[in-house]
Design a protein. Structure first.
Length: 329
């Protein structure tokens, strides 16, 4: 009797579980408030689940079409997905609902910059800064847009303001150093890169850029040290290997320079600069055949190196060579 009762109990329990599972299969996601969908989407963005985040923001908008935060969040994630036209449309909707949202003006500027509409982008950053004068990110983004336009003096002014508002953002100091080097303010650039490195010791880009400036002012040993630090942090950066090659050539370490340029070429076979610099190193070793073959490859990729080579002291032992002349003429 006990066995029969136990079997019946098991059957009833299993039937209950099956019925519950069937009910769950047909259950829909519980309806959330617009604010809850936005919060969920922001969490998904932080996890890198951008498509799911977009879906969550769309649900927020479906629940509450006039919710400016949801439209801003949609524009933000579309920017991250490189869907710039769609991002712009969402941000304009956000601003139509709330024209005083500095964050929306910032992202609108960033989108316009990506679309090549630099004048409109600058106006958007200006509006963001009007609303929030201590908005370091807006000053920084404005500076980046000026860099893209080659307006380095204006860019430096924007980065100066950004770094005064928030001196703890390494990217601002990196960008500030870059424009200072473009303006010939090399010591200031090195100081800016040092600040970026203090804030973020593993910032390979700052080490690389510092090395480039040190090379420009003739401090090739210090430049080499900076490039080696950058390579430790990011061994796959082609530019750093190429610049290390240049530093080694200037230090007379031609065989080491060839090794560095070879690594750069292995990483990026179509990088003309590395072929050119390897040709320079072979030329300094009086290895004519390898110098000529590497120079041919560099010119094939980038014909602009013809002019460089014809005036480059590293090729002075080849300037009268017929094969060399054939390449550069």
């Amino acid at each position: 009797m006990k066995k029969i009762f136990l079997v019946l109990s098991i059957i009833i329990f299993a039937s209950f579980i099956y019925a519950a599972e069937k009910n769950n299969e047909g259950a829909k996601e519980p309806a959330l408030k617009a604010e809850e969908y936005v919060a969920k989407g922001i969490g998904l963005v932080k996890l890198g689940n951008l498509d799911e985040a977009l879906s969550s923001f769309d649900k927020a908008i479906a629940v509450k079409p006039d919710y400016s935060v949801a439209w801003y969040s949609r524009g933000n994630v579309l920017y991250k997905l490189n869907r710039f036209d769609d991002s712009l449309a969402a941000l304009e909707k956000s601003l139509a609902l709330n024209q005083y949202d500095a964050q929306s003006w910032l992202y609108k500027g960033m989108v316009l910059s990506k679309l090549g509409k630099h004048d409109d982008a600058i106006l958007s950053y200006y509006r963001a800064i009007q609303l929030k004068p201590d908005f370091a990110e807006a000053w920084y983004s404005k500076g980046i847009d000026f860099v893209d336009q080659g307006k380095f003096t204006e860019a430096l002014d924007a980065f100066d303001k950004a770094s005064k508002i928030n001196p703890n953002i390494p990217d601002i100091w990196l960008s500030k150093g870059y424009v200072q080097s473009k303006l010939g303010k090399y010591n200031d650039a090195i100081s800016a890169y040092d600040t970026a490195i203090q804030l973020k010791p593993d910032y390979a880009d700052s080490w690389r850029n510092k090395g480039i400036v040190l090379g420009v002012i003739g401090k090739h040993k210090d430049a080499l040290y900076a490039f080696e630090k950058a390579i430790q942090l990011n061994p796959s950066d082609v530019d750093t290997w190429n610049n290390k090659c240049v530093a080694l050539i200037r230090l007379g370490r031609f065989n080491d320079a060839i090794k560095a340029s070879t690594i750069a070429i292995d990483l990026k076979p179509g990088y003309a600069d590395s072929w050119y610099n390897r040709a320079c190193a072979y030329s300094r070793l009086d290895n004519k055949d390898n110098a000529i073959s590497n120079l041919k490859k560099a010119v094939q990729i980038n014909p602009g190196f013809k002019k460089n080579a014809s005036n480059d002291a590293d090729f002075r032992n080849l300037h009268t060579d017929p094969e060399f002349k054939k390449i550069v003429d």
